[in-house]
Design a protein around this ligand. Structure first.
Ligand code: PHE
Length: 355
């Protein structure tokens, strides 16, 4: 057997026993290293006559290529094997249930916003938003509340500049303006969000939350407003019947305007919503004033509708029996642990809002 055949045979034998990348690397050096078996054969070439050299060189090159190819292929296999093992060990089973490792809670205000959004989405409202820092125009002027209008003083506004051109919005109503001036009717939105007034006691905080509602279309009437609010209150407080009354009121941006009270009674120191002969004021509402529609380029001879605004914190306090508003914003973990909600219980109408 020629030297070359012996080399090939020895390679095949060793190659078939290779078990790791390191062993393969050693084998490669054994054949191709400086004094490797193949390299040494190349050195022999100088000693041959030109004729023999030609045939020898050809065979040697063939062998070299064949062995190199085998080694490289095996290196690739080892690499793929490592990747596959890694993929296997790092696989995440997304069907496994979540393991709760900490007890974070959802704040009652966030919970109530989720509940409200779910209730209104059932009847076709979508959620709109606007910034906390507003222009004086959107917050007042466009809402039919010109300068020197007494309603401006009633809002205890936080102004952000000397000229009183920017402010922290005192209600969510400016989002009515933003929505209507940037779109085309019909509009059917709710707006949950932060609002600010310079006021603080057991039932007032300088930052609080409001929910705005706006429904503008061709034939929307006060009847729709009543039906909508009645549905909302029943769903929200999870009661079948609700006593409600609409009291005439005044807002510059609605005409006619009303305040809505719901009936309640106190039983064993607990408030029972929906029945009884006591009244609780919960929101302001009315038919959107034609001037507001004009200011947002909506034609009041073609479109009309209602708007309402209510305090979200008040609703949360009533529903969950919390009696001091200030605790909402004190970030006391013990309080949150007591009044907070499970993050995985997403409120929906059909599965139950707060159970
Ligand atoms: N923006 C009013 C407030 O903050 C509430 C309201 C909204 C009244 C929409 C009527 C219509 O008091």
């Amino acid at each position: 057997m020629s030297d070359l055949n012996i080399i090939v045979e020895s390679f095949e034998k060793k190659f078939s026993n290779i078990k790791s990348k390191e062993e393969l690397q050693n084998l490669k050096s054994e054949f191709f290293g400086k004094n490797g078996l193949i390299s040494s054969e190349f050195k022999k070439m100088n000693t041959l006559n030109p004729e023999d050299r030609k045939t020898f060189a050809k065979s040697l090159n063939d062998i070299k290529n064949q062995i190199t190819h085998q080694i490289e292929k095996r290196f690739k296999d080892f690499e793929n094997q490592t990747i596959n093992e890694k993929l296997k060990s790092e696989k995440v089973d997304v069907t496994l249930p979540t393991k709760i490792t900490h007890n974070g809670k959802i704040h009652p205000v966030s919970q109530v916003i989720d509940e409200i959004s779910s209730i209104f989405s059932e009847i076709g409202f979508s959620v709109a938003e606007g910034p906390d820092v507003e222009s004086e125009y959107n917050n007042f002027t466009a809402l039919n509340t010109p300068e020197n209008h007494p309603a401006r003083d009633m809002h205890d506004t936080f102004y952000l500049d000397k000229n009183k051109k920017t402010l922290l919005r005192t209600h969510t109503s400016p989002v009515q303006i933003r929505t209507m001036s940037n779109g085309k009717p019909p509009f059917k939105i709710i707006v949950p969000g932060r609002t600010y007034r310079c006021d603080s006691d057991q039932t007032h905080a300088p930052m609080f939350h409001q929910l705005e509602g706006l429904h503008i279309d061709k034939n929307i009437t006060m009847g729709h407003l009543k039906g909508c609010l009645n549905y909302f209150i029943r769903e929200f407080f999870e009661v079948k019947k609700i006593k409600m009354r609409f009291r005439p009121s005044h807002f510059p941006f609605t005409e006619p305007s009303a305040e809505v009270d719901i009936g309640y009674k106190v039983e064993n120191d607990k408030i029972v919503i929906g029945e009884g002969d006591k009244w609780l004021e919960i929101l302001g509402c009315g038919m959107v004033h034609p001037n507001v529609l004009k200011n947002t380029n909506v034609d009041p001879s073609k479109f009309q509708g209602f708007a309402f605004g209510m305090g979200i914190d008040r609703l949360a306090m009533l529903k969950y029996g919390i009696n001091d508003l200030r605790a909402f914003f004190e970030t006391d973990y013990r309080w949150l642990n007591h009044f907070g909600f499970d993050p995985l219980d997403i409120p929906t109408n059909y599965r139950g809002l707060s159970r």
